[in-house]
Design a binder for this molecule. Structure first.
Ligand code: HEM
Length: 419
């Protein structure tokens, strides 16, 4: 690790994404991870507006809220549950609703089943031999594509019969959008984009929601402050108002710090892949960077060092390791301590807080994710507590930080107040 660490990789450093081919086979050749810089720009512009900005997000607020309330109530009657597994079901339901609001429960269940198998393969070695996770994932991808294809075909024919049909969800929005040349998205593009969003858009929120809950429970003084803020929000509300508003969400300043601190401490996405488009001379990078030639996994682990710093040769893959930034004691004193107050009036420099990545690839679901987590914590803090079965359960760090028992425990209802 060079002493001269100075700056962060951005897209200006002549890097493009460089995911392994095995991942691309699963997520899709038209998804964000597999296409050229220009295609990515076009596809991202066409697709991300549905989940960006307050107007778009307000469409999902009520749905998220209703589901959070229903799930919490259900869990409190279930006895012991794997809290993380249940949260993933909740966040999967939310992301599926955003894409496919009108599909039946049966279709949703089939999608979730196939998707779970696919997801295991994304993190496995790319061994396409029966019995291996990657082989099963390729099969799951085929099944997913055929389910999505039938949904797309059905929608297209409904829209043909009824051209004035209103846009119901992101699937409709993806069919509507066209670029400046009037070009619409093909079926393959729509399906791969959906696969990409599904992959990126639920597990992360589920994990961070679980950790924020656990960390709050483990720090009673933070829990008290967070709860007091939520009670204050309810107190200020006119009696006729029963649901959360975006304005209230924006007022939850302490909760926002709790979420940022959780994102920092846990760093859900440990790493992003980049590939050098040309030789890049970097005069020391803030990240811990593992550089290796990727023609075969880990074939070389060689650093090229000259007086000016490091040269990353064209075509090399770079893993940008976010956790080292988030746990750097020079940026975050006592970095392993959960301390939401460290965000009081804090002004971090660019590149010091990267839970959602950076550059043109910045996570387009960041606002949605924060909104989901906030809504969950609002209802949880007001009415529930988590009783972990194994509070000292060992933690697994790869591919994502999680307790090995998936946070086994009970969600207990505290009061009958209907928040
Ligand atoms: C706490 C929750 C989340 C975390 C920590 C997270 C983190 C990240 C990170 C680190 C990246 C890579 C950025 C880069 O390469 O520089 C990313 C990309 C992405 N995320 Fe998220 N994400 C979260 C939630 C979501 C949600 C809810 C959605 C969708 C609804 C979403 C959709 C995406 C997509 C589509 C990409 C690829 C963007 C591109 O390559 O242009 N994410 N996310």
């Amino acid at each position: 690790m060079p002493e001269t660490c100075k700056r962060v990789l951005t897209d200006d450093d002549k890097f493009t994404v460089g995911w392994p081919q095995s991942t691309i086979e699963l997520i899709g050749k038209k998804s964000f991870i597999a296409i050229s810089y220009e295609e990515h720009k076009r596809l991202r512009r066409l697709t991300s507006s549905s989940i960006n900005g307050m107007e778009a997000l307000s469409l999902y607020l009520t749905y998220i809220e209703e589901n959070v309330k229903t799930f919490l109530e259900k869990w409190s009657n279930m006895g012991q549950i794997e809290f993380l597994t249940e949260l993933r079901k909740l966040t999967f339901k939310i992301i599926m609703h955003i894409f496919l609001s009108s599909e039946s429960e049966l279709v949703m269940e089939a999608l979730e089943r196939e998707y779970t198998t696919l997801n295991h393969g994304v993190r496995a070695m790319g061994i396409n031999v029966p019995g291996f996770a990657y082989h099963k994932a390729l099969k799951a991808r085929k099944n997913l594509v055929s389910i999505f294809q039938s949904i797309v075909s059905e929608r297209r024919s409904q829209r043909k019969e009824n051209p004035c049909m209103e846009t119901r969800d992101m699937m409709d929005a993806l069919m509507d959008v066209e670029d400046e040349n009037g070009r619409k998205l093909s079926d393959e593009e729509i399906i791969d984009v959906m696969m990409m969003y599904l992959n990126a858009g639920h597990e992360s929120s589920g994990h961070i929601t679980m950790w924020a809950t656990v960390l709050l429970q483990k720090h009673p003084e933070c829990l008290r402050e967070a709860k007091a803020e939520q009670e204050e929000i309810i107190k200020r509300r006119p009696p006729s108002q029963k649901c959360l508003t975006l304005k209230e969400i924006r007022q939850m300043q302490y909760l926002s710090k709790v979420i940022d601190e959780t994102l920092r401490l846990i760093t859900f996405s440990l790493v992003v892949f980049r590939e050098a488009k040309s030789d890049v001379n970097i005069n020391g990078i803030l990240f811990f960077v593992i550089i290796f030639s990727f023609t075969f996994l880990f074939k070389k682990t060689v650093f090229h060092l000259d007086d000016a710093g490091y040269i990353i040769p064209k075509g090399w893959k770079v893993l940008v390791w976010f956790r080292t930034v988030h746990l750097d004691p020079e940026i975050y004193p006592n970095p392993k301590e959960f301390n939401p107050s460290r965000w009081n009036g804090s002004t971090h420099k660019a590149g010091e807080f990267l839970p959602f990545g950076a550059g043109t690839r910045l996570c387009p679901g960041n606002d949605l994710a924060k909104m989901e987590i906030t809504i969950f914590l609002h209802y949880f803090l007001l009415n529930y507590e988590l009783e972990q079965a194994n509070p000292t359960c060992p933690v697994r760090y790869l591919p994502h930080t999680r307790p090995m028992d998936n946070c086994l425990g009970r969600v207990n209802k505290l009061s009958s107040v209907d928040a």
